[in-house]
Structure formats: structure tokens, C-alpha cells
Design a binder for this molecule. Structure first.
Ligand SMILES: C[S@@+](CC[C@H](N)C(=O)[O-])C[C@H]1O[C@@H](n2cnc3c(N)ncnc32)[C@H](O)[C@@H]1O
Length: 236
């Protein structure tokens, strides 16, 4: 089985296991930064007043809900995992004619070139094998001048690093195991997955990949003592 298929199947299985009970554990074990990061992420797009936004990896729809709040855009909420998308479609805060839902894979989204004014994606790149191709695929969906913004976990430096290790290697695995079997699997996977991704794609290299995928004005800002990073760029 190819790496792409293996990673995709893993992501689908992982998220299908937590789709019925996603938001509360995500908030709690994200140390209550989860919604704050979404607000920050959407605030990078809102000033561009996009008419149509793609929320790739919408999951249960929290970012789409924030887009509804901060913009007047129409929103296409997309995800690989059917049960996550179903939870998004039933989210009370997303009952709006401005929102539609599609089941798709970011690695081959099958949407028309240049059809969006903005693309946002969250926690995606650790679940794909070929990062440059995914950045190109998402960039292709944007009109020239359109903006893309992503949110991903990052690794704090200095004195915060041992505390981050304690949180991701001890607190998360033990705490999430107490929530459910599916969340237990996430708890064991998350910390090593963040570290592995950071090793393969340190921030400078990732920004370079955005540029090579056809983006300008690429920049990254760190949030919450370095525990998360938002990268933005403009389609050239
Ligand atoms: C951690 S959740 C994020 C959900 C939501 N955006 C949030 O911030 O709470 C990541 C989502 O990415 C989706 N996903 C993973 N790989 C994907 C891919 N290749 N294409 C589309 N969605 C994918 C998963 O199904 C999951 O719903």
C-alpha cells in the first residue's frame, strides 16, 4: 500500500473514532487555546473580505463557525472523514444558507481551479505524505491574489519545551485514554506526530515549500508560547 493511502486511511480511522465526541476534549486538552487559535486564524483572512472560502479539514466545523462570525463569506466546509463532516453539518452554529459541505481529500480535492478567494486549513499536513503537492493542490483552487492560512501545532522553545513534552507525552496519552478508546489513540499519536512533522518540516523549510507552491508574502506567527503556528500566503 502506498504511503499516501496508508496515511489517508490512518487519518480517516483516527477521526472517525472521535467524531461523536470531538469538541469538548479538544478544548480541554488544548488547554483552552483551541477556540482562540481559530479566532486568530480567521482574523488573518477576514480583512480580505473573501466572497467564497474553502475550509479544508473542517472536522466538526469550528473554523467554519468562526468564519461565519467574522466574515460575510460563503463557506465550503470540506473534510476527508464522513462522520466528522456529518457532525459539522449538524452543528447548530453552522445552520446557515452561506455554508455547504463536501467530502473530499485535500491531496486531490477535485474542485475547479481559481474558484476560491480564500482557503483555510487546520492540522492537515501531518496526515499527508507529499506536503509540496498538497500546498500546490490547495493553491490551485485560489484565484490569483487569493489568500491561504493554515493552523498547526508547533513546539515551544526554551523553558517551555520540557513542559510541552510533559503535556504531550504524559498528560495527553493518560488523560485522553480516560475519555474514550478513540481519544486514547489520538493521545498516543499526537505528540510524536508533531515532533516528527517539525523535524521533517521546520518552519523555514515549510515557508519555502509555500513559496515553491506559488505563494508570496509568506509569513508564520507563533501563538501560545510557541504551541501553535499560523502560516499565511498570497497566491501569485
Ligand atoms: C484535528 S481535525 C481539525 C478539525 C477542525 N478544523 C478544528 O480545528 O477543530 C483534522 C481534520 O482533518 C481531516 N483530514 C485529515 N486528512 C485529510 C485530508 N487528506 N483531506 C481532507 N481532510 C483531512 C480529518 O478528517 C479531521 O477532521
Amino acid at each position: 500500500m502506498g504511503d499516501r493511502t496508508r496515511r489517508t486511511r490512518h487519518a480517516r480511522g483516527l477521526f472517525a473514532g472521535i467524531s461523536s465526541n470531538y469538541d469538548t476534549p479538544a478544548k480541554l486538552f488544548g488547554l483552552f487555546q483551541y477556540r482562540r487559535w481559530h479566532r486568530e486564524l480567521v482574523s488573518r483572512l477576514a480583512p480580505h473580505t473573501p466572497s467564497l472560502v474553502l475550509d479544508m479539514c473542517t472536522g466538526t466545523g469550528a473554523v467554519a463557525e468562526e468564519l461565519l462570525r467574522q466574515t460575510d463569506s460563503r463557506i465550503v466546509a470540506a473534510d476527508l472523514t464522513r462522520s466528522m463532516l456529518k457532525a459539522a453539518s449538524e452543528r447548530p452554529g453552522l445552520r446557515s444558507p452561506r455554508v455547504s459541505f463536501i467530502e473530499t481529500d485535500a491531496q486531490s480535492p477535485g474542485l475547479a481551479d481559481g474558484s476560491f478567494d480564500a482557503v483555510v486549513f487546520t492540522y492537515l499536513l501531518r496526515y499527508v505524505e507529499d506536503v509540496p503537492t498538497v500546498l500546490s493542490q490547495l493553491g490551485r483552487l485560489l484565484r490569483p491574489g487569493g489568500v491561504m492560512a493554515s493552523l498547526e501545532f508547533a513546539i515551544p522553545n526554551g523553558a517551555w519545551h520540557p513542559l510541552w513534552l510533559l503535556h504531550t507525552r504524559v498528560v495527553l496519552p493518560l488523560g485522553l485514554r480516560a475519555v474514550s478508546r478513540g481519544w486514547g489513540e489520538v493521545g498516543g499519536f499526537l505528540g510524536p506526530s508533531i515532533s516528527e512533522f517539525y523535524r521533517r518540516w521546520p518552519p523555514d523549510r515549510l515557508e519555502e515549500a509555500w513559496r515553491e507552491a506559488g505563494f508570496g508574502d509568506v509569513s508564520t506567527s507563533r501563538l501560545s508560547l510557541g504551541g501553535a503556528a499560523i502560516t499565511t500566503g498570497t497566491r501569485l
